[in-house]
Write a new protein. Structure first.
Length: 181
């Protein structure tokens, strides 16, 4: 059996949906598994290198706009869906999230989870990710403020560098060299 994006399969008492999630790689697929017998159970999502607890995968073949669409898509799964990520990067992702949004109360719960468990995959949900994952909260005020600050600082540095660069590379023409027409 060949698995393909946006297809669904039944195995025993489970339903497996393949979710196309291009960005880390263009052929990236996440798997959403639910129990056929228990329609109320939201199941779990196996996210591979796409979504990590409090983080996301790097863009090897994609761009940021694709990842935003992918994370919105994963965020549309039921909030109770358990997240099974492909790697254990929670401690580093938590430190980054605290740097971006130190007053986020959800991060204290994640601190407790990481202190009590060496491996955190399977202990959090899509709802948790929407609460503390910076990349699933791009429209939150705290994240937008950091983003705008980053842009402002970098634009200011860029403008300063360009002014300095122009002065160094394109010096002003001395008055005695100007044509008198």
């Amino acid at each position: 059996m060949t698995l393909s994006a946006f297809s669904a399969y039944r195995t025993f008492n489970s339903r497996l949906r393949c979710l196309a999630t291009p960005c880390h790689t263009q052929d990236s697929i996440c798997y959403h598994v639910t129990d056929i017998a228990d329609g109320k159970n939201p199941g779990g999502v196996f996210t591979g290198d796409t979504l990590f607890i409090a983080g996301m995968g790097r863009f090897f073949e994609g761009v940021a706009s694709e990842m935003i669409v992918v994370l919105d898509y994963l965020g549309s799964l039921p909030s109770e869906t358990i997240v099974y990520s492909g790697h254990e990067y929670t401690a580093g992702n938590l430190a980054f999230a605290k740097h971006i949004d130190p007053s986020n109360p959800g991060l204290e719960r994640l601190v407790e989870i990481t202190q009590k468990n060496k491996v955190t995959t399977g202990l959090t949900t899509i709802g948790d990710e929407k609460e503390w994952n910076v990349f699933m909260r791009l429209d939150s005020e705290a994240v937008m403020l950091v983003f705008y600050h980053f842009l402002f600082v970098n634009l200011t540095l860029f403008k300063t560098a360009m002014r300095h660069h122009r002065r160094r590379i394109l010096p002003r023409v001395p008055s005695w060299m100007r044509s008198e027409s």
